[in-house]
Design a protein around this ligand. Structure first.
Ligand code: SF4
Length: 147
């Protein structure tokens, strides 16, 4: 079974600010050859570092007000196709991201407030039947030895 993982969780410096959110136990999956990684925003042609983006009324805007929805959709489709190619059945996604957020996203006002919602890629991946966990759910499942 191959996991699909948000690349920033494995140590790739692909976050909007050029940073990473590496979690050792998640990076280990990649090192053991049990996972592939994707960064939908990079796959959509956005540079790193890049302006932060948030979802508002179903569209994605960067902090300067530019509509970047097409980049997010293109990147999500490319990431989904990578998941299919590697026959991934489970995924670990970075919570809160406008691409990868599984249960929460920022509210579109760039004020740091999170609301319930899904990132563009997370919604697409879940709809395709892949079982998705965020990083906390994965760590919890590891503790309970259910993954
Ligand atoms: Fe990480 Fe996903 Fe954002 Fe890329 S798009 S930096 S993988 S959360």
């Amino acid at each position: 079974m191959t996991w699909l993982i948000s690349a920033c969780l494995t140590g790739e410096h692909c976050r909007y600010d050029g940073g990473t959110c590496r979690i050792r136990e998640i990076a280990d999956l990649l090192e053991k050859g049990d996972a592939v990684t994707v960064c939908p925003e990079q796959l959509g042609g956005l540079p790193t570092p890049r302006m932060p983006s948030e979802i508002r009324n179903g569209r994605v805007y960067n902090k300067q007000g530019k509509d970047v929805t097409e980049n997010f959709l293109r990147g999500a489709e490319a990431a989904l196709s990578a998941a299919r190619k590697s026959r991934c059945t489970k995924a670990v996604l970075k919570e809160g991201s406008p691409s990868c957020g599984l249960h929460t996203v920022y509210d579109g006002t760039f004020s740091g407030k999170r609301i319930e919602g899904k990132g563009i890629f997370a919604a697409m991946l879940e709809n395709s039947g892949v079982i998705c966990l965020n990083e906390n759910e994965f760590m919890e499942a590891m503790k309970n030895e259910s993954v």
